[in-house]
Design a binder for this molecule. Structure first.
Ligand SMILES: Cc1ncc(COP(=O)(O)O)c(C=O)c1O
Length: 438
């Protein structure tokens, strides 16, 4: 039987034109989703979908049951406390102690509408502490929406791709920005979306030391907490602990998200975890936008109040129940997530066997972890050419162009929608691609 692949390029071009996609490298993830949906319908074929970073597992029942119970108890008729419900705050503070070995008071653990709102409210305060410091430095590649947040707020940012600045080289690179005196905050995710690099302790030490020296607030996005599966970060109160800049500076806000670690993305429950010292610090220049002169109260009573006025009781109850189970060692969240790592190992191998190469491949000397994302490229093609071709073989992805990466050859592959049962299909399609692109 004749293979379905590659799809007729004129049909693909026509569907792209209908959606206004001139360049796949500039398309938003949502446009890519629409394109793949249409191609699937037209060619009656199921894609290997790797374009969207969405959870691939069902939410744990502990959370769902706790949420239903909270709703049954009648909480939906009353406004939730803006600072969060007590059990959520206490369990998140316990989680920080048990899985990171850091002390953050429950008062600094404040629920938000996902890590998305957490970064937004942090920028609103951190970037207005000091008139001289009005610019966020993004250690890219990164999650494009956070750049949009800064854009929407009219805030300035600078960025660089970490690719060439691993290890000790990071210090000089960061200082080249810091010396100008305008940097208010650093932002990065760890593990990183999209490259899946994880900072080493050496790199986190450098970031922490420079944050102290230049009084910069580090916004450390832990949306993929514990998902560096090279080590088991899932044992309460025992080493190894999730790596964090919090070990090296008090100038930090950590962003927590339940979306990936508990597959609870739909309920939009994240949090800021503000260091005790930063929470209490006063800054004269906050008066330009805030009534409060203190970091924590300005973020809570003003930035959160004006953006969401609190987060639903029931979602907090759900995440509090899951955190409690994890803290009490009755739910192994890393075990629950580990299949992502198994998928990544197999998928990477299939790409390598078909002649692809890994773009981001090392944390200093160590191979990258297998996890939620990885990045690949194909010799002689840029990301635009590669993705345009790959979709003709029923495989979708996004290019790295919109993530602040300097690697315009690369694609980001998310493993969450490719179950272990579909790995052979992926291999077959990649081999077909390889034969025709020798
Ligand atoms: C690095 C990073 N930060 C934040 C988010 C948003 O998380 P949430 O769903 O909690 O808003 C994502 C989601 O993909 C992400 O990849």
């Amino acid at each position: 039987m004749k293979s379905l692949f590659p799809f007729d390029s004129s049909v693909v071009s026509q569907i792209r034109a209908e959606l206004g996609i001139k360049k796949v490298s500039q398309a938003s993830i949502r446009q890519m989703v629409q394109l793949v949906d249409k191609l699937q319908r037209h060619f009656k074929v199921q894609f290997i979908r790797t374009e969207m970073g969405v959870p691939g597992f069902a939410s744990p029942q502990i959370g769902v049951e706790a949420e239903i119970e909270a709703l049954r108890s009648g909480v939906s008729s009353v406004y939730p406390p803006i600072q969060g419900i007590e059990i959520f705050k206490n369990e998140l503070s316990r989680f920080a102690k048990l899985f990171m070995n850091i002390d953050i008071k429950p008062s600094g653990c404040i629920p938000t509408a996902g890590a998305m709102q957490a970064s937004a409210v942090t920028f609103l305060v951190a970037n207005r502490r000091d008139r001289q410091k009005d610019t966020t430095l993004l250690i890219d590649p990164g999650f494009p929406v956070q750049k949009r947040q800064l854009g929407v707020f009219g805030m300035k940012y600078e960025s660089f791709d970490i690719y060439d600045y691993r290890g000790e080289k990071l210090r000089e690179k960061l200082e080249s920005y810091l010396k100008k005196g305008n940097i208010s905050s650093f932002l990065y995710s760890n593990p990183n979306n999209p490259s899946w690099i994880c900072f080493t302790e050496k790199e986190l030490t450098i970031i922490g030391e420079l944050a102290n020296k230049y009084d910069v607030v580090v916004v450390e996005d832990l949306a993929y907490f514990g998902m560096d599966f090279r080590r088991d970060y899932g044992k309460a109160g025992a080493e190894p602990y999730q790596a964090s800049v919090a070990n090296y500076t008090d100038n930090y806000v950590l962003l927590f998200s339940s979306s990936k670690i508990f597959s609870y993305a739909g309920q939009r429950l994240g949090a800021v975890m503000i260091s005790d010292k930063l929470f209490a610090r006063s800054f004269d220049d906050l008066s330009s936008h805030f009534v409060s002169g203190q970091f924590g109260p300005a973020l809570l009573q003003e930035a959160i109040y004006v953006t969401s006025a609190g987060i639903s009781h029931s979602a907090q109850a759900a995440v509090a129940a899951m955190l409690k189970a994890v803290n009490d060692s009755s739910f192994d969240f890393v075990g629950y997530l580990k299949e992502y790592g198994e998928r990544a190992a197999i998928m990477k191998q299939h790409f390598l066997d078909a002649g692809f190469y890994l773009v981001y491949d090392k944390d200093e000397e160590e191979d990258l972890a297998d996890g939620f994302y990885f990045t690949v490229a194909f010799p002689g093609m840029n990301g635009e050419e590669l993705l345009s071709e790959l979709i003709r073989y029923g495989i979708s992805a996004i290019t790295l162009d919109t993530t602040g990466s300097s690697r315009t050859d690369g694609l980001r592959i998310c493993v969450s929608h490719t179950t272990l049962g579909r790995m052979d299909e992926l291999a077959t399609r990649l081999q077909l691609f390889a034969v025709e692109h020798k």
